[in-house]
Write a protein that binds this ligand. Structure first.
Ligand SMILES: [Zn+2]
Length: 316
């Protein structure tokens, strides 16, 4: 995508934009890209995106070797929440299957696929997916899973088109350069009547009171943060129906608090983007997270969309 297109909204395409964050800072990992990036906000749907758009060649430098996705050690509080999430997802994904017993699932951003073992406890799944990092994808293949290496935008679709009951995409869409193309390809992976399900941050939340310390920016790694309306508009444009966007229980605010403390000059030593007080911040933030979730104002959303039973044109 050429830089000139970045001035129109990545979600709804509106050309009305304003600068929402002129000098973003990576509080978690201290990455300082050579380019001067900023976030723009859409004047119609309020989605935000990184401007100018980074190139494929610039992206790897945004992800340092100690990036948290590579860390297995969650700690007691976070580890418990990870297990709780597995239980919730297992039941939720099963409910999307026609017979609630067996089906095929494609995961975008599959990682080492340990979460497949968890999902398998709730239904008889046939799994496939794509993972950007070759060593991680290789680990998944050694565990017996059918995992492609790369990004969905460039994947050879031949073997996968129209094959899946469920396509899952958790915390991926905010990282990709062409979110519209990725959604179109998710649609193409689905059988008619199949479901796309996923999770991502949204700026339709109280959490933006943290300003540039808001964890949802995750600068420079989040190339866009959609509003609820923006995501719905883009999903509709790509053909999805029965769209549901709901507040997700999550624990992002602990990172916003840690970022805010760092912005105020607290000297916290970070390991994999987490400080020694992260567990404490997590506990402190849980009541606020719970209230925000109940009130429907979480900074993370669950989304579901369906490929219609009678669908004609297939994008991607
Ligand atoms: Zn927009």
């Amino acid at each position: 995508m050429a830089d000139t297109q970045a001035a129109s909204c990545q979600a709804c395409g509106a050309p009305l934009t304003q600068v929402s964050l002129a000098h973003p800072v990576d509080y978690e990992y201290g990455v300082e890209p050579s380019e001067d990036y900023r976030y723009l906000r859409c004047g119609r749907c309020a989605s935000e995106w990184l401007d100018p758009r980074p190139t494929d060649a610039q992206l790897p430098a945004f992800y340092p070797d100690n990036y948290h996705a590579h860390n297995d050690d969650h700690g007691l509080v976070a580890g418990t929440l990870v297990r709780l999430r597995g239980w919730l997802r297992g039941r939720k994904y099963r409910a999307l299957l026609p017979d609630r017993k067996q089906g095929a699932l494609f995961d975008v951003g599959a990682g080492d696929c340990r979460h497949f073992d968890e999902l398998q406890r709730y239904a008889d799944w046939e799994f496939a997916g794509i993972e950007i990092q070759e060593p991680v994808a290789e680990m998944a293949r050694q565990r017996g899973y059918d995992i492609e290496t790369g990004v969905l935008e460039n994947m050879d679709m031949t073997r996968h088109r129209g094959r899946y009951d469920v396509v899952s995409m958790n915390h991926v869409l905010e990282h990709v350069r062409e979110p519209g193309e990725v959604l179109a390809r998710c649609y193409a992976l689905l059988k008619p009547g199949g479901y796309l399900i996923g999770q991502q941050p949204t700026n339709s939340t109280w959490e933006t009171v943290f300003g540039d310390a808001w964890a949802g920016y995750h600068y420079p790694r989040h190339l866009q943060v959609f509003s609820r309306n923006g995501l719905r508009t883009l999903m509709q444009e790509k053909g999805f129906t029965d769209i549901s966007i709901t507040a997700a229980p999550h624990c992002q605010t602990a990172i916003s608090m840690q970022n805010a403390a760092l912005a105020r000059g607290w000297s916290l030593k970070l390991d994999h983007g987490r400080s020694s007080i992260y567990g404490l911040l997590l506990l402190l933030s849980l009541p606020a997270e719970f209230l925000a979730w109940i009130a429907g104002k979480s900074g993370t959303i669950d989304f579901i969309g369906r490929r219609p039973q009678q669908s004609s044109a297939v994008a991607g």
